[in-house]
Design a binder for this molecule. Structure first.
Ligand code: HDE
Length: 722
């Protein structure tokens, strides 16, 4: 064992503590605030919680060499006690997630619409913390399950914390918060056997949804590839509800929030997602972490759809109904700023687990609407933090602390961190009258609720304007390309095919008939239920549903959301002894475009190339899988190809990548590999390789010039060839 000088922080501690302050250089105020909470050891000596140095950390205090341990061993008792209390309740939904810090900066002043301070000055950076999550699974579940993804952003503004707690889909399953516990009980694991972990393919979920037709639109999204993103960095985010911007003089404008990934939207395919869950259950978490560590900072643009208050009733749907979106063809998205995530947390529990979002954390200039789901959320998030984080002082935790001054009369409670001198009530004279409510209105920087005149009886029923549950489900379906529709049908078949109760399957197919009869028929065939004979009754619409709408919204199709950047996409290069080193060097050259290129071989280390020189191997094939890469490239070299052709793992790698529609490129002799009998589905064994979408082959004697690599990048831009 190497002894270290206990007076010197060890290298590892120094790294873990990252005592260098990069945020200082970036002028990151939140980073500086967090620094004041970092426990960076000043020496390497182990101590108790009381700071007493520990002599021996391996043995309990005992009577005699083989005798009982002693109660007076405060050191071991403290260690065990602390350990026994390490766990806190996981989030009731969105338990699994990953987070990062960064900043938001507006492109222009939004003063015309809102007095929110952080939206006034172009280029002024506001620190943020973002947490992405799945919804259904517990903390230890896999990342790539079919599920909605949470996209929650905390803006540490100068006027207090603003939380935009959104999802990667623009609508939700239910319309009223009163249904949320029912919905969550249905989608979570079944109560008796706690299965399935991280998925919705089970009876209670589909039982609930088939009886709650307002879920139909969201089901279309959840069965689309949006529910299996390639990366957190490649998904959109949505505020879902209609919110309100408010100007200093009290004028309101309805607003829908959109996050748009700079890398474009990209998804996995379902078979790929399922295999990824086994090969790397942390796939999304790792992807986010690695990109930030590598300096490839993920970036989104913030867009808003702005709707004048007088247009509140102009649409064929109710703006307050969270199962509806506002088609971009009716109200275009105005891009107002960008968000960059550039720093990983240092302690998962302290930061990502303890971050506490709350839809009611809003700042002057932003306000709610009467969306009944949002109104319920405004109660629920504070409530849940009280049990999850053990009391009312969670906003003092470093990740939750606002940058704005906090000056309340709240006192005491578990975990109180602050020493409050003086009085704790107002009005007071003994404390100099402080703190005191300022009055003064929005223009002076205090929060004031938007004033709205509302009259009505106290009732407990749903507005008729919320009654149309199918039109937008149909709109979504009509907006999909053929391949997207095929994936949706396959997803319904998979999910409903796992439902044991046939009556639930049938009821769900009946609902789908109202979305699109062909969709219902296609699903019905796959799951062994009769397709409904009678045409579904027309959807009930009321006067409230008269207004603007569209029949299809191209903005919803993934085909129109692809990015043009291939940065950070991963290319696997399959090699074996005898590989053409020049081909490998060509592939390595792709890194200049921001691609991540890794050579894979049967054994880690290096292989001898055709010319005798050693070619480094980045990973052994057995430790990875094609699902962890976006494209596969096989360099030439006859011996290498012969070896790969005899290696089941390599062949499987290639065949699986093809099955998942990933770009494949072969150089020189490697082209024969694709034609090996039975290796790839029949079509590839034909001589027309060049015409196969996603396949690029430079045969023997054809040196891969710039055009070849350019073409390969274009295939990657296309992402998948379903
Ligand atoms: Fe949530 N939701 N939710 N939700 N939600 C929670 O809060 C709730 C809804 C969303 O990374 C919980 O701190 C109710 C819609 C995200 O920490 C809880 C209703 C949208 C996250 C809660 C909804 C969301 C949560 C669980 C219906 C998209 C993770 C732990 C009235 C716009 C935030 C927690 C994070 C988390 C309640 C519906 C997004 C229990 C009652 C709609 C991204 O308070």
């Amino acid at each position: 064992m190497t002894l270290v000088d206990p007076e010197q922080p060890r290298d590892r501690d120094r790294r873990a503590g990252r005592t260098e302050p990069p945020q200082e250089e970036r002028g990151d105020q939140k980073g500086r605030q967090l620094d004041s909470s970092r426990a960076t050891p000043t020496s390497g000596a182990l101590t108790t919680d009381q700071g007493v140095r520990v002599e021996d950390n391996d043995n309990s205090l005992r009577l005699g060499e083989r005798g009982p341990t002693l109660l007076e061993d405060f050191q071991v008792r403290e260690k065990l006690t602390h350990f026994d209390h390490e766990r806190i309740p996981e989030r009731v939904v969105h338990a699994r997630g990953a987070g990062a810090y960064g900043f938001f900066e507006p492109y222009e002043s939004l003063a015309r619409y809102t007095c929110a301070d952080f939206l006034q000055d172009p280029g002024r950076r506001t620190p943020v913390f973002v947490r992405f999550s799945t919804v259904q699974g517990p903390r230890g579940s896999a990342d790539t399950v079919r599920d909605v993804r949470g996209f929650a952003t905390k803006f540490y503004t100068r006027q207090g914390n603003y939380d935009l707690v959104g999802n990667n889909m623009p609508v939700f399953f239910i319309q009223d918060a009163a249904k949320f516990p029912d919905f969550v009980h249905a989608v979570k694991m079944e109560p008796d056997n706690e299965m399935p972990t991280g998925g919705s393919a089970h009876d209670t979920f589909w039982d609930f949804c088939s009886l709650q037709p307002e879920s139909t639109h969201m089901l279309m999204w959840a069965m689309s590839d949006r529910a299996i993103p390639r990366s957190f960095r490649m998904m959109q985010g949505f505020g879902v509800h209609t919110f309100r911007f408010v100007t200093a003089d009290g004028r309101g404008t309805f607003v829908k929030f959109h996050w748009r990934p700079k890398l474009g939207v990209a998804c996995q395919v379902w078979d790929e997602a399922q295999i990824t869950a086994g090969r790397d259950p942390d796939f999304h978490r790792r992807d986010l972490w690695d990109a930030i560590e590598a300096g490839d900072y993920p970036e989104w643009e913030l867009g808003v759809q702005l709707i004048a208050e007088e247009d509140e009733h102009a649409f064929a749907f109710d703006l307050l109904d969270p199962t509806k979106l506002v088609p971009e063809e009716l109200v275009p998205v105005k891009v107002i700023g960008r968000m960059v995530l550039d720093r990983n947390p240092q302690n998962f529990f302290a930061e990502t687990e303890q971050v506490a979002f709350h839809t009611a954390n809003i700042v002057p200039g932003i306000d709610f609407t009467n969306d009944p789901l949002l109104q319920g959320r405004n109660f629920s998030y504070l409530d849940t933090q009280l049990i999850r984080l053990g009391g009312p002082n969670f906003s003092q935790l470093p990740v939750n602390r606002p940058l704005a001054d906090v000056n309340t009369n709240h006192r005491d409670g578990f975990g109180q961190q602050v020493i409050h001198p003086g009085t704790s009530y107002s009005p007071n004279s003994l404390g100099g009258g402080c703190p005191a409510a300022m009055g003064g209105g929005l223009a002076t920087g205090v929060f004031q609720h938007h004033q709205e005149r509302i009259e009505g009886a106290v009732i407990r029923h749903r507005s008729p304007s919320f009654a149309d549950h199918y039109s937008q489900a149909t709109l979504f379906w009509n907006s999909m390309t053929d391949w997207e529709q095929r994936h949706i049908v396959a997803a319904f078949r998979f999910e409903l095919g796992k439902v044991n109760d046939r009556a639930v399957r049938t009821r769900m197919v009946d609902n789908l008939t109202r979305v699109d009869p062909q969709l219902a028929a296609d699903v019905a065939h796959g799951i062994g239920v009769h397709e409904p004979e009678a045409a579904a009754p027309a959807v009930a619409t009321t006067e409230a549903n008269a207004g603007k709408t569209v029949a299809a919204s191209p903005a919803l199709s993934l085909d129109n959301l692809r990015g043009t950047s291939v940065r950070t996409r991963k290319v696997a290069v399959l090699i074996a002894p005898g590989v053409d080193a020049e081909d490998v060097a060509g592939a390595r050259g792709l890194a200049a475009q921001g691609l991540i290129v890794e050579t894979l071989a049967a054994e880690d280390g290096s292989v001898r190339g055709r010319d005798g020189a050693r070619v480094p191997v980045d990973r052994a094939i057995a430790t990875v899988g094609s699902v962890l890469y976006d494209a596969v490239l096989v360099p030439g070299g006859q011996d290498s190809i012969d070896a790969l052709a005899g290696d089941a793992a390599a062949l499987r790698f290639l065949a699986e990548a093809y099955l998942h529609g990933k770009p494949l490129a072969t150089l020189g002799e490697a082209t024969t590999l694709l034609r090996a009998p039975g290796m790839l589905p029949g079509s590839l064994a034909t001589p027309s390789l060049a015409t196969m979408p996603g396949v690029l082959a430079a045969g023997p004697g054809q040196s891969p010039g710039p055009d070849f690599w350019k073409h390969f990048i274009q295939l990657l831009e296309h992402h998948r060839f379903p």
